[in-house]
Design a protein around this ligand. Sequence first.
Ligand SMILES: *[C@@H]1O[C@H](CO)[C@@H](O)[C@H](O)[C@H]1NC(C)=O
Ligand SMILES: *[C@@H]1O[C@H](CO)[C@@H](O)[C@H](O)[C@H]1NC(C)=O
Ligand SMILES: *[C@@H]1O[C@H](CO)[C@@H](O)[C@H](O)[C@H]1NC(C)=O
Ligand SMILES: *[C@@H]1O[C@H](CO)[C@@H](O)[C@H](O)[C@H]1NC(C)=O
Ligand SMILES: [Zn+2]
Length: 533
Amino acid sequence: MKLLTFILLVAAVVCVPIQHSQKRQKANKLLLISFDGFRWDYDQDVETPHLDYLVSKGVKAKYINPPFVTMTSPSHFTTITGRWIEDHGVVHNMYFNTTTLIKLPHKLTLRKTQWWDTGVLPLWITAQNQGRKVASFHYPGGNVTYGGQAIYRSLGESLTHPDTNETEWRLNIDIVLEWFAKEDFDFVTLYYGEPDNVGHRKGPETEERRAVIRQIDRTIGYLIDSIERYNLKDKLNVIITSDHGMTTIKKAPDVNEIRLSKFIRFKNIKLELLDYGGFGMILPKEGKTEEIYQGLKNAHPHLNVYKKEEFPERFHYSKNDRVLPILVYGDLGYNVNGRIILHINRGDHGFDNKEMDMKMFFRAFGPDFKSAYLSEPFDSIHIYPLMCNLLGVKPEPNNGSLAITEGMLFNSFENSDLEVVSFRSDRLSGIIGLGAVATFLFLVAIIHVTYYAVLRSKREAIRERGRVAEAAICRRAGRGSAMDKVPSGKTGKRQEAADLEKGSDKEEWPREGGSRRIEVKNSIGCAGAEAMS
Ligand SMILES: *[C@@H]1O[C@H](CO)[C@@H](O)[C@H](O)[C@H]1NC(C)=O
Ligand SMILES: *[C@@H]1O[C@H](CO)[C@@H](O)[C@H](O)[C@H]1NC(C)=O
Ligand SMILES: *[C@@H]1O[C@H](CO)[C@@H](O)[C@H](O)[C@H]1NC(C)=O
Ligand SMILES: *[C@@H]1O[C@H](CO)[C@@H](O)[C@H](O)[C@H]1NC(C)=O
Ligand SMILES: [Zn+2]
């Protein structure tokens, strides 16, 4: 009876790796973390042991080109849609309406579905429509609905949310990792408002900013430890990035600051978005466009002024109905002020995305990313197809290309985006298939070694009780389901096995000895015993 139990156990064990390998065919999980305003080089003048560790354990991009306008919500939406800003339509941090003339501040705009739901689907929605479990934690664009559909789980920032509380940062990591570990989430986006906040208030080249980078680095250390603690190391990929950089604002008396009211009359303006960093837009009143354009055109040596139709193509910004007729941006460090100059911010962004101070940060690590891989710079639109690939999600039409980032991955592909998903899963299942066969053979070896040892000790006992009893045991073993589980290709070797067994009765079973012998041993089971009896 003990033998029968053992055989049933064997049957169970043999079945397990097959199920397991099917489960592993699923794509890994993905955590996207955004640190607002983390300029590409913020780790270079501060000790950042944990971010440095990730350089050796994962992927670092030298830097990432943000889209223009280099502003929080527009750039975050490019990352999560893979679209240029003119294509996704979230053209500013602030909701504005040219009919009602209403403008909403950034934090209120984060809850304004009308602003975000432009018909372009962000990855959360696409992924959950393809069966992934998705959440957003404070990520811009994650707290509204798209075509009436909300993100499965979404936490929106309160209006008074503190940006710099390290305890809260860690709690948020625990919450998100619990979602992955205990509720089997597939994709979560996590947002932090630093170092944008300190960059604005104190300026990027300050000790205060460096202190926040140290805090971020400790938080990354906490994340790395927590991933181990939650046993997610082999299933969770992590991308850490940002949305734009930060530059020190040039001020009087060092420079002649830009103030538009010196050049134009504001009573000719219907709606403007000014006093918001290095970029602004103006909707002149009926018939006043030319007057305002001419008033600004050569007004200041560091002010760039365009009519919407003439805005440079390379920005991929102006071909959208929401973009106002006149666009202005300052040279690096020159904020575009309207009526008066409010000296609130020491640092700012919104400038040309070509400027190095506007470039974004990028690190990635996890089971699908190579180690110590240094990527050349690329546009942030390419993060989207990378994320789709990692999640095994078929992308929406987008402006990115997997070809740019595939070198970061262990499996790199040459096919186009749409084909990539199936191509990759084919290759993946091929690899998993091989793994399953190897695992199976290995288990078969272990099982057989054990089984044979049991059989041997059985035989000792049986010899005392006589040959009749032994034959009975073997008949029972022959009916046992364990041997039925062995693939048919291996059971066909019964005779060969019997022959082999005859000659090796007195030998110790070879521990290592090639899969063929192991297979044979497994298939004989009772055959060997019968041959003896
Ligand atoms: C502006 O407001 C009007 C009236 O409420 C509304 O019909 C229109 O859709 C709004 N436009 C935008 C771009 O939100
Ligand atoms: C927005 O965030 C709040 C607060 O976390 C949450 O209760 C709500 O469900 C979210 N709404 C949407 C549409 O995601
Ligand atoms: C920081 O956050 C923790 C956890 O939410 C809270 O208990 C603590 O009071 C906060 N500290 C400050 C200074 O706000
Ligand atoms: C961006 O992608 C969209 C959707 O595929 C496409 O319509 C648009 O032309 C693309 N833009 C550029 C500049 O290639
Ligand atoms: Zn930002």
